[in-house]
Design a protein around this ligand. Structure first.
Ligand SMILES: Nc1nc2c(ncn2[C@@H]2O[C@H](COP(=O)(O)OP(=O)(O)OP(=O)(O)O)[C@@H](O)[C@H]2O)c(=O)[nH]1
Ligand SMILES: [Mg+2]
Length: 294
């Protein structure tokens, strides 16, 4: 009975209008996905699919340790992954795992440019992510640790842009940090890189040739994603400093680590497979370099 009522409410035009303004309050990203399929979920025969499980939101509170082995040639390489929580209250725990890590997987929600934090409704989420990344990249305990930056939720970014949202509010509010979006021009290779990562709908034929545009992806989605990538890369290059440095950095401070970025959609298994293959190679190379083997 509850689910019948919920379904009726979700189909109400007023509730839909509230949903279209969900960047103004706190609503979990997967709400629409599950509410859209209430008719299926309410059936007693409902069994969650893999996609349903991937869409579930489960906030990380304690540090999770996951071990797995990946085949590499004839060998198996063991990976130890520590998953930490991203919310403000969780971050003080990060230092416990800084010691002896080879790489950090830093996941940014690139669709969050028009949202504020659940923990602090005054703080913009993208700005918070940039500041947080600045602290990780410039942390003296992480000088030898490479960072893999995942510019994630590109599917939600596309949905938002299609609904007419844009990053201009942020660029107007913080012009020193966010340069004029209208004047920003991504190169053809930058557009191509994003489009190659963007998931194809089952109905959309895959492009055989490499091209810097796709009929199913709005040009502003591409432009916004590349713009966000530039912001993070400015931090990597030291062109954008958002946090006061406790330790003065000498010129070769960043020589011993690097940052690679990937556009990701964590719920698209094809995209994740490709990204993980790239990450595995980078992590192994970093490890070998760190121990002087290559
Ligand atoms: N549509 C979409 N949803 C995503 C994507 N990545 C994550 N999500 C959803 O976002 C929600 C949060 O994902 P989590 O993996 O719990 O996020 P987290 O960064 O570990 O969060 P904390 O544990 O609080 O730090 C889940 O509902 C996921 O299904 C994505 O690329 N696209
Ligand atoms: Mg988590």
């Amino acid at each position: 009975e509850f689910l019948d009522h919920a379904e009726k409410l979700w189909n109400d035009p007023g509730v839909q209008a509230c949903y279209s303004r969900s960047h103004e309050y706190q609503l979990i990203d997967c709400a629409k996905y599950f509410l859209d399929k209430l008719h299926e979920i309410k059936s007693p025969a409902y069994i969650p699919s893999d996609q349903d499980i991937l869409r579930c939101r489960c906030m990380t509170t304690a540090i999770q340790h996951i071990e797995f082995e990946v085949p590499d040639g004839g060998n198996h390489i063991k990976f130890d992954v520590y998953d930490v929580g991203g919310q403000q209250g969780e971050r003080k725990k990060w230092i416990q795992v800084f010691d002896s890590v080879t790489a950090i997987l830093f996941v940014v929600d690139c669709s969050s440019f028009d949202q504020t934090l659940r923990e602090d409704p005054e703080k913009n989420r993208l700005l918070e992510a940039l500041e947080n990344f600045d602290q990780v990249w410039n942390n003296r305990f992480l000088k030898y640790v490479s960072v893999l930056l995942f510019i994630n939720k590109i599917d939600i970014l596309a949905e938002k842009i299609a609904r007419g949202r844009d990053i201009s509010e942020l660029t107007k509010k913080y012009p020193d940090i966010f340069p004029d979006f209208d004047k920003f021009n991504p190169s053809a290779s930058e557009k191509l890189q994003f489009l190659e990562a963007f998931p194809y709908q089952d109905t959309e034929p895959r492009k055989k040739s490499r091209t810097a545009s796709r009929s199913d992806v709005h040009p502003d989605t591409v432009k916004t994603a590349v713009y966000i990538k530039h912001l993070f890369m400015k931090i990597v290059k030291g062109e954008l400093n958002l946090k006061k440095r406790i330790t003065k950095q000498e010129r070769n401070w960043h020589d011993e680590h690097s940052c690679e970025y990937f556009y990701t959609c964590a719920i698209d298994t094809n995209n994740v497979q490709r990204v993980m293959n790239g990450c595995r190679t980078l992590i192994i190379q970093n490890h070998l370099r760190r121990f002087g083997i290559i």
